[in-house]
Design a binder for this molecule. Structure first.
Ligand SMILES: Cc1cc2nc3c(=O)[nH]c(=O)nc-3n(C[C@H](O)[C@H](O)[C@H](O)COP(=O)(O)O)c2cc1C
Length: 351
């Protein structure tokens, strides 16, 4: 099946979910394997991994699955095989945390500019060249390990967002100022990834089209529409919108007649797929979201507590388990103690 057909037939994806369950050295653990493979078995057409760091100094959290070296390939292969055997397509989410890399793991983190958020420093031009190479190498590893694709994480305030953002990017060189310059790093990353894999391999990009509720980097909708238009020439197969609420109106135009997703869909090239995540719990939510033009729905929180959401809730009309949930329920759905502790950061998740 061509990648176009794979995406065309896909309706649901597991959203990328950081779960802290891999080993301290970034190699795959049994817990991370069981967590993802059980969602693949539950009927998700695509199974996206947690954000996985492409450079050692991009690590966001302890216990994060790594992809910055060939030594991680055997674990990545085992995971891709497990997902594939379950009948799903594995997509590795590749990222660098930038200013939000964990300083206890990486030292002073690098970012677009220094000091806009904390004590991050400005990345040098050589470091940016290396980062572009690192993204490409991570994609090459993912393909060699048998993943169906990669998702370049340009959302949620991490390094690629930091370059796009007008608050986080105060650079005076070729990577700062105009949108063309702020887009340069993401543009080069996509080119590097495309050059490192063959045409059969899916390349998606995740974007936050406006600032989210947590990290303010200065992303505005007008810029995002141009970025999306810019992907037309880069051969991006899908654009994954991180919105937290797929039904929302744009922040800047709360009374717009169209929803944010409808506006974004109009800016996209015809053969590019729109994936989006945010607030899908029931079959009715999913049908309503598809009617906005979203091609593939990604589920995060609902898929954590309903591993077989597609089979049970969407296909068989079962009532979904809602939040909050007990720790014992989480254990039953392959959420280990470390992940359960992390979920306590999200309001009303764990009883
Ligand atoms: C525990 C947790 C971890 C997350 N980790 C990631 C991540 O690694 N990469 C990413 O792009 N988004 C991440 N997200 C955002 C989700 O992919 C998703 O966009 C968000 O949860 C909204 O969808 P939902 O309402 O279905 O949960 C995370 C969200 C949660 C709750």
């Amino acid at each position: 099946m061509s990648k176009y057909e794979v995406l065309k037939q896909s309706r649901f994806s597991l959203a990328p979910l950081t779960n802290l369950q891999s080993h301290e050295d970034g190699t795959l653990s049994e817990e991370e394997y069981n967590w993802l493979v059980s969602r693949a078995q539950g009927g998700f057409d695509l199974t996206i991994s947690c954000a996985s760091h492409v450079s050692k100094d991009g690590q966001g959290w302890p216990g994060e699955l790594a992809c910055y070296d060939d030594k991680f390939t055997p674990g990545l292969k085992r995971l891709a095989d497990g997902i594939q055997k379950a009948g799903s397509h594995g997509i590795l989410q590749i990222f660098h945390g930038g200013a939000f890399a964990d300083p206890t793991l990486v030292g002073t983190p690098m970012s677009s500019s220094a000091g806009w958020n904390g004590n991050e420093r400005e990345a040098t031009l050589d470091e940016l060249d290396q980062l572009v190479v690192d993204f490409g190498q991570a994609a090459r590893r993912a393909q060699q390990a048998g993943w169906s694709g990669v998702e370049i994480h340009g959302a949620n305030g991490y390094i690629l967002s930091q370059f796009l953002g007008t608050i986080s990017n105060q650079r005076k060189d070729l990577y700062g100022g105009s949108l063309e310059n702020r887009f340069r790093l993401l543009n080069r990353v996509v080119e590097s990834v495309k050059a490192a894999v063959d045409e059969s391999f899916i390349v998606g990009v995740r974007l936050s089209p406006e600032d989210g509720f947590r990290r303010k980097v200065g992303i505005v909708l007008e810029d995002s529409l141009q970025v999306i238009a810019g992907f037309k020439d880069l051969g991006v197969d899908y654009i994954h919108i991180s919105a937290w609420d797929v039904f929302k109106k744009p922040n800047e135009y709360p009374h717009h007649e169209k929803t944010l997703m409808e506006i974004l869909k109009e800016a996209m090239a015809p053969r590019t797929f729109l994936m989006a995540a945010g607030g899908i719990w029931t079959k009715e939510d999913a049908e309503k979201a598809f009617s906005l033009g979203i091609d593939i729905l990604a589920l995060g929180k609902a898929a954590i507590v309903n591993p077989s959401w597609v089979q049970e809730v969407y296909n068989h009309g079962k009532e979904p388990q809602k939040l909050p949930v007990s720790e014992s329920l989480l254990r039953d759905v392959h959420v280990s103690q470390k992940f359960a502790d992390y979920l306590r950061n999200f309001p009303e998740f764990v009883k």
